[in-house]
Structure formats: structure tokens, C-alpha cells
Design a protein around this ligand. Structure first.
Ligand code: THU
Length: 137
């Protein structure tokens, strides 16, 4: 049990480190993510904004795309950190992308810089998600 707590805190600390790399000249709102793969590698992600706004990539998608592009397909846990009074939750686009690669066995930890944290599952974030199985995969 103690080991699990340390692992969660470590993942949150890594998400904070990822957050420092955020490229956010428009919103100034830095978000960091740390994604633990089944193989034990942690992939970091930050939000990367764009002058045209819509190409902006959230921290969660940066982390998952980095991992998938390195061949990872299974994930144990994801931590997301922002500096907000209320804990933020992933946007709709990120929920759909996460649902492609994770199920309810993947722990999702959402935290702020003040030390508040909550744990959610992908089916809480995106109930009845559309997945490849839905058209026969
Ligand atoms: N953002 C994330 O990176 N992750 C979230 O969970 C919510 C929003 C980013 C997108 C944009 O760069 C900034 O936060 C403000 O919306």
C-alpha cells in the first residue's frame, strides 16, 4: 500500500516537471502529464499551443502520442497537473484519445499545485466511449 502511494506521488511530481516545459504563450496556463506504460517507462507531456489556437495539443495527448509513437500500447497510470484552484479534468478530445488506449484498469490522477488530488477512470470521464470494437475491431 505504501509503495503505491509513493508511486502516485512520484508520477504527480513528474507531471509537475513536465508542466514546466509547457509552451503556452496564449493562455499562459501550463499543464503537465506523466504517463506510466505497462513496460514501466514514464512518458512526459506538456501542452503546446499554436498561434492558430485549434492545433493546440494538450498535455495528456502529448504524453500519449509520445508513448504510442515509441511503440507503447498499454498503460498503468496517468497523472495530470495544472495550477488551478479546482482540479482540472481532461478536455473532450483528450478523453476520446485516452479511451483508445486505456481502460478502467488505468489509474488517472488529477492534481493541482496545492496538493489536491482526485482519482478517476476513463469510463467516468467518457461513459459509453466510441471505440474500434464498435465497428468490429
Ligand atoms: N489543457 C491541457 O493541456 N490539458 C487539460 O486537461 C485541459 C486544458 C491546455 C490546453 C490549452 O493549452 C490550455 O490548457 C488552456 O485551455
Amino acid at each position: 500500500m505504501g509503495g503505491v502511494v509513493i508511486e502516485v506521488q512520484e508520477l504527480i511530481e513528474l507531471a509537475k516537471i513536465a508542466r514546466e516545459k509547457a509552451y503556452v504563450p496564449y493562455s499562459k496556463f501550463k499543464v503537465g502529464a506523466a504517463l506510466l506504460s505497462a513496460s514501466g517507462t514514464v512518458y512526459l507531456g506538456c501542452n503546446i499551443e499554436n498561434a492558430a489556437y485549434s492545433p493546440t495539443n494538450c498535455a495528456e495527448r502529448t504524453a500519449i502520442f509520445k508513448a504510442v509513437s515509441e511503440g507503447e500500447r498499454a498503460f498503468k497510470a496517468l497523472a495530470v497537473v495544472a495550477d488551478s484552484e479546482q482540479i482540472i479534468t481532461p478536455c473532450g478530445v483528450c478523453r476520446q484519445v485516452l479511451a483508445e488506449f486505456i481502460d478502467d484498469d488505468t489509474m488517472i490522477y488529477l492534481a493541482n499545485m496545492q496538493g489536491d488530488m482526485c482519482q478517476v477512470t476513463i469510463s467516468e470521464l467518457l461513459p459509453k466511449a466510441f471505440r474500434g470494437e464498435d465497428y468490429g475491431l
